[in-house]
Design a protein around this ligand. Sequence first.
Ligand SMILES: NC(=O)c1ccc[n+]([C@@H]2O[C@H](COP(=O)([O-])OP(=O)(O)OC[C@H]3O[C@@H](n4cnc5c(N)ncnc54)[C@H](OP(=O)(O)O)[C@@H]3O)[C@@H](O)[C@H]2O)c1
Length: 271
Amino acid sequence: MSVFTASRLLGKTVLITGASAGIGAATAVLFAKGGSNLILLARRADQLEKVAEAAYAAHRAASVQQGGQIVTVQLDVTDGSQVAALWSKVPPGLRAVDILVNNAGGAHGIDRVGDIQEKDVDTMFATNVLGLISLTQLLIKDFKSRNAGHIINLGSIAGREPYAGGSVYCASKAAVRAFTASLLREVVDTPIRVTEIQPGMVETEFSLVRYRGDKSAADKVYEGIRPLTAEDIAEEIVWAAARPPHVNIAEVFVLPVNQASATLTFRGGSK
Ligand SMILES: NC(=O)c1ccc[n+]([C@@H]2O[C@H](COP(=O)([O-])OP(=O)(O)OC[C@H]3O[C@@H](n4cnc5c(N)ncnc54)[C@H](OP(=O)(O)O)[C@@H]3O)[C@@H](O)[C@H]2O)c1
């Protein structure tokens, strides 16, 4: 943990959306290991509890004296009334959030324009873009009044490089990129930090969701290549958060070694 300079994470309160699986879950565990408190949000309450247990265990094993308070809140980031009611479910002692990780999101389908279902368009924009904006708006006023805070948004290679079959997902992540870059400029006269993490291929539930539960189609995405893991991205997130307060990691674009672009991969190896 020394590489992250854990002392900078001690006693911090981190709010993570989409903490029930994948990158969000791995990030929760790593922050807990660093001595942070956690507010974990997602729709699947049972999964959130499992992640909270893993985070408690990581905190105990690290033997750090601070942090280790964890609250889970079943919340759909696309539901404005649930977002507005968030603080009523968080103990007062954890309401001063230091780091917001806007991670909830995903891709739905690989359909071409003309064949995309309206509900997939709505879900991707509501979750990846509007949900991220809602949570940011909820926290930024407090960050400004306390002259502190760090917002870490999960963008994607898809926000940098559009590809066929990804029009809506790519558009949603391009929106995340533009929103994050605008926010970075807006808070230039404050100590508030703004970071966008842009992963390439990460093996999580992401492809299973994209292929609507078709496991063999999801597995094919990672065939012959060693993808990133959720833990790899968690390391980038926690590393960005643990930089000294005058250092802002604006963007982290991270790929598996055998991926060079959204569509260029080398699949000669094995996992
Ligand atoms: N995996 C990749 O290759 C990759 C690459 C680049 C960027 N990303 C981005 O990284 C982020 C995390 O993805 P992942 O790979 O970890 O995928 P994942 O394993 O499918 O996890 C997605 C998380 O988002 C949550 N979520 C989805 N809709 C939600 C909603 N309406 N309200 C609250 N939570 C919601 C899910 O929890 P519930 O279902 O319990 O709500 C889950 O915890 C996403 O923004 C994704 O676009 C992923």
